[in-house]
Design a protein around this ligand. Structure first.
Ligand code: PLP
Length: 369
């Protein structure tokens, strides 16, 4: 099998970047971010997109725009990275960690229901590894408990389930364009929403309340600057225009690696959900070997970068700043202990993938500890 060729770097990105550089310095920030927003909204089939400086900033702006603030509780899967949770802290809101179901990787809605209080305002489903969970279950749960849904779709661009695009199920969907995500611009992020008021508040928030939402005066509230810089917006726009190809490539890379590992002892590919068109964000395997976490770390040392082995990804509720608050989320721990999620980028060629496969197969066969 050969991977589709996706023209990377080169003129495809250099030309649009050169146009923007030609116009700089431009204190107005130029028009490319606005163009990016219009095209994002079109591609994702939603009325509004707001471009910001990072995925973290997208979550921050989204939470702020949805009115989340001091004293509010927000349900968050423990199965996530700290970047999902940091903006809650910045707003004075409290993350309440919810467990995940090892059979589906989706939220454990029984656990979520137990954790709803009078202060619970929102839920942030995190589509980790590009898997988006059941959108109907999410919507039903949120409407039953009257919660705002703010999706962390940072890894899920391109995933569709039951006809619904990741990042368009809730009130807001948040994305990152950090390198390593499928749609990348070095650093960057954006949010999607169908609600004009939310888009306007997020737009005001990212640029010191200027322009202000309808009915408010510019600079009438204190906010922040998390605008997306014009050169990065130009890279993002060029990549957005080949997004279909970028998603196809990621899916092909993941398929290639999973196929190569099909006969490997102790490793089984984690299948997507029913009716899920997964973006293939990362080849995802269940590790059935003894001491699975040590195996993932060993692979990282042998040059196969992966979520748990390279980044020591642990359940968020097990991080030092949160321990002792609640009973540990055991499902999330079980998932992370047994999951091999291999990190990919557009630059990973067939040669790289074949090298990963060879190392993994060899180490799995020899693994006894
Ligand atoms: C990358 C990522 C973020 C944060 O995005 P940044 O652009 O790095 O701030 C948040 N959540 C998830 C799930 C991510 O993968």
């Amino acid at each position: 099998m050969t991977l589709p060729s996706v023209h990377s770097g080169g003129q495809l990105l250099v030309d649009p970047l050169a146009v923007v550089l030609e116009q700089m310095p431009d204190p107005s920030g130029g028009s490319v971010a606005g163009l990016l927003e219009r095209e994002l909204a079109e591609v994702f089939g939603i009325p509004y997109a707001v471009a910001v400086a990072s995925g973290t900033a997208a979550l921050h702006a989204a939470l702020f725009a949805c009115g989340i603030g001091v004293g509010d509780e927000v349900l968050v899967p423990s199965l996530t990275v700290v970047m999902t949770v940091a903006p809650l802290n910045a707003l004075g809101a409290t993350p309440v960690f919810v467990d995940s179901d090892p059979a589906t990787l989706d939220l454990d809605y029984d656990d979520a229901a137990r954790k709803v209080t009078l202060r619970t305002r929102a839920i942030i489903p995190v589509h980790l590894w590009g898997r988006m969970g059941d959108p109907a279950a999410l919507s039903a749960f949120a409407s039953e408990h009257e919660l705002v849904i703010i999706e962390d779709a940072a890894q899920a661009a391109g995933t569709v389930r039951d006809g619904q695009r990741a990042g368009t199920v809730g009130t807001v969907g948040c994305f990152s364009m950090k390198d390593g995500k499928i749609l990348w611009s070095g650093e960057g992020g954006f949010l999607l929403t169908a609600r004009r008021d939310v888009a306007e508040h997020a737009t005001a928030f990212r640029s010191h309340w200027q322009p202000a939402p309808r009915g408010e005066a510019p600079l009438s509230r204190l906010a922040t600057n998390c605008r997306l810089a014009a050169p990065l917006a130009a890279i993002a726009l060029a990549n957005l225009r080949r997004l279909t190809k970028l998603i196809e490539l990621r899916r092909a890379q993941t398929r290639h690696l999973l196929l190569a590992l099909e006969q490997t002892p102790g490793l089984v590919a984690d299948a997507p959900g029913t009716q899920e068109e997964w973006n293939g964000f990362t080849p995802l395997l269940h590790i059935g070997l003894p001491n699975p976490r040590a195996f993932a770390e060993h692979l990282a040392q042998r040059g196969v970068p992966n979520s748990t082995g390279s980044f020591r990804l642990v359940p968020c509720d097990a991080r030092p700043m949160f321990t002792g608050r609640n009973r540990p989320c055991r499902g999330a721990a079980q998932i992370l202990d047994h999951t091999l999620a291999i990190l990919l980028t557009e630059r990973d060629t067939q040669t790289t993938l074949d090298r990963y496969a060879a190392v993994i197969a060899q180490e799995a066969s020899a693994w006894t500890t």
